[in-house]
Ligand binder design. Sequence first.
Ligand code: GDP
Length: 470
Amino acid sequence: SGLHHQALKKIRSKAQLVASRVTDQHIRLAVTGLSGAGKTAFITSLVNQLLEAGHGAELPFFTPSRQARLIGAQRASQPDLQLARFEYEQGMLSLNSDPPAWPLPTRGVSQIRINIRYQHAQSLRRILSDTATLVLDIIDYPGEWLLDLPLLEMDFERWSEFCEHQLHQPERHELAKDFLVQLQQTDWLAEGDEMHLKALADSYSDYLHACKDAGLELIQPGRFVLPGELEGAPILQFVPVPHAFRGGNASAIPDGSNLALVKERFRQYKEKVVKPFYRNYFRQFDRQIILVDCLSALNRGEQSFKELQQAINWLLKSFDYGNNSILRRLFASRIDKLVFAASKADHITPDQQDNLIRLLESMVHSARQDITYQGSKIQTTAFAAIRASQVGKTDYQGKTLSVLKGTDLKGKPVMLYPGDVPSCCPQGDFWQAQKFDFPAFAPPKRNPMSALPHIRMDQLLEFLLGDKLG
Ligand code: GDP
């Protein structure tokens, strides 16, 4: 019976193992989007909804909340000590101040861990243990960094050509004037001059910032506008050198020349900055949400919208699991759910919400035809992390119209109809007739004890976490 005892013991320890696997799960949810897309507001709201889920958060489409199975959520201490901590409390202080202010965005990678305690839905699992914990790590990183993935497939000459093409587009040429003059004044084959290269890189980075301010989203290298911890490091001190400026042929680049230095730094940037991001962080994400600010791009006009479309195209390369993709070759990843979400949907009236979802769908779809997503589920939606407007009605020429009421950033009450959202990528003549326009709203005034008002955060929670809380 000693043997019998042994066997029993084995079975029991196995059962315990299964039980602990069932009860404690861990999930890494990555949040990205170009800067200004709404990542900070989204994470703040998501954490707030989870913390408040048991006390009045309105989450009818989030199954565990609707079934009253969420016991409580708590912030846990930071798992990765070398990452910045996502400043949730700071953000809530801003939103709760008088007048309320939007949380300050983070600039690099940041992280927050939440332990969610819940009851299983199935009774069998309930027998194994009463309550379970889902450990949720949320990682926030700039979408601009994903725009660098295509660099891995380019050498310095090709990248320079690509940039040259961009530098001569009419909208950019004007912004690039100073940089182009400095480029012209550089003797590329002369002995390397560190100070000069630094000044050039600063000028190039000013140009990229100016592009961003003008709503031109296609910027490379991503770290030039969002350097994170690399601010001021020589690895960021390189610039594209268009063919016409290079002089001579590529084989005759003297060692130690300006040209040799920038080429080497470009190579190192790919090896020491771009690749490690994918290797050390990206590869570990389980789920990913990409926020897209379609409405601001519509506000800004045709070129901005086109660039956003192109940026989505580039972003998507980071989720292409096809055999030939760079991702597959270098960094096998395991994202099983990918969400594209159009942010700030409180800037449009309820009748326009479907159009916004369809618009984003058409942008993603036209980009992803040649992309293989093995095993990952993709969803497209529109949401507002923090609803800053109220819907009202007004009579206009004998008809009742939905309008939005809110407060602008100067604290003045506004009431408006922002316009119709096109349901697919707009073509040329749309932009001539385009009247789409909305102001930025201030965050809503509310009781600080209440959960943040939102649009469809519960549906996002359901898609991103619902199955893990079953
Ligand atoms: P990030 O750079 O991606 O982190 O973007 P933020 O979260 O900082 O958002 C940028 C700005 O967009 C905020 O300061 C707000 O003005 C606006 N915003 C973000 N989310 C919402 C939202 O849900 N509703 C409204 N009305 N504005 C939002």
